[in-house]
Design a protein around this ligand. Structure first.
Ligand code: AVI
Length: 326
């Protein structure tokens, strides 16, 4: 538990300091593993974040617009279930746009956007404070996948965690369970969770969503190599690699990989590796759930009661999970 009790006057608190040495060690170990792999967090440098925003606009990438349509269609039910006037804790808030759309109806008394860096939050929160002066806002720079211990100035009663966009799908189910369990602990007995989850569906739709015709997702994936060159001092040549993305039905996930187009030798500070033609670096998993499977996961995390809403095609699920039954 962190001891910071005072609300910062600036409205921002950076609780997480990036440790470049630890990141380099993690990356180097991943690249040297028998199946080379990197964490999806490395997809999001400044350009990667912009490319992800572009992905959300693509016709093939249905999750963003399907989730928004579910909120539009079922807004009054969702608000009735989640309750008004609470403490809205927005995980991975980015530009805060998704939560801000809910402010006029959810009317939170506190808004706590959380992201790995407060730099992402600063501009967005300043604009929102002008538009919604009655809502107390404090941005937190935290790596919530490691710890969800919130500073003491965040009120404990009426906490509602908000985790849209199916970001939970980028964690393996056991890690997702740990994160949901941490949310359950942090929200207390009268709190809850409002979450968006992508559902399993036809392989062709999934493959197109992660390998779009314009090649934006390919650029998003390949950009990881530029990011690694900067972080690790590596000498990846983006033109030596191709994007691969496919639905893996046995694992219930879409996988993204980078595949060597030819034999390549990659060198970085403290390491090197030969990649055969066709050899891959596994860069992301995006797990897809059934409604039942996700409700079971919530129950195991300590959320025994949930209401769900979906679209006509049952492509995406919005869930309000309560800590207590009833
Ligand atoms: C952020 N996350 C939920 C996206 C997803 O669908 O897994 C990231 C993404 N990767 C490729 N396209 C989008």
């Amino acid at each position: 538990m962190t001891l910071i009790a005072e609300r910062p006057t600036a409205g921002f608190l950076q609780l997480y300091q990036k440790d470049d040495d630890a990141l380099r060690t993690e990356l180097s170990e991943g690249l040297l593993a028998p199946q080379a792999a990197t964490s999806p967090k490395f997809l999001y440098d400044a350009l990667g974040s912009k490319l992800f925003e572009a992905i959300c606009e693509l016709p093939e990438y249905y999750p963003t617009r399907t989730e928004a349509a579910i909120f539009d269609t079922h807004l009054s039910d969702i608000v009735e279930s989640a309750g008004q006037g609470g403490v809205l804790i927005d995980l991975g808030a980015g530009n805060c746009a998704k939560a801000a759309r809910l402010f006029p109806v959810l009317r939170p008394r506190d808004y706590v956007p959380v992201d790995i860096s407060v730099d992402f939050l600063r501009g967005a929160v300043e604009g929102l404070r002008q538009r919604f002066p009655r809502i107390r806002m404090t941005g937190l720079g935290m790596d919530f996948s490691r710890s969800l211990a919130l500073p003491a100035f965040v009120p404990e009663d009426g906490r509602l965690f908000f985790y849209p966009g199916s970001s939970i799908g980028n964690f393996a189910p056991e890690q997702a369970l740990s994160l949901l369990t941490a949310m359950r602990t942090a929200c207390g007995d009268d709190g809850g969770l409002l979450i968006g989850v992508d559902l399993a569906k036809d392989a062709r739709l999934l493959n197109a969503a992660y390998d779009d015709a314009l090649g934006v997702t390919a650029s998003f994936n390949l950009n990881l190599l530029r990011h690694l060159n900067g972080l690790l001092g590596a000498d990846f040549d983006v033109r030596d690699w191709r994007h691969r993305a496919f639905w893996n039905p046995a694992q219930g996930r879409v996988e993204m990989h980078l595949e060597a187009r030819r034999h390549v030798v990659v060198r970085w500070q403290g390491g090197q590796r030969h990649f055969r033609e066709g050899e891959r670096i596994h860069t992301e998993n995006s797990y897809k759930y059934t409604r039942q499977g996700f409700l079971q996961l919530l129950e195991r995390a300590g959320f025994p009661a949930a209401r769900t809403w979906t679209d006509e095609r049952e492509w995406f699920l919005v869930c309000h999970a309560r800590a207590a039954r009833g």
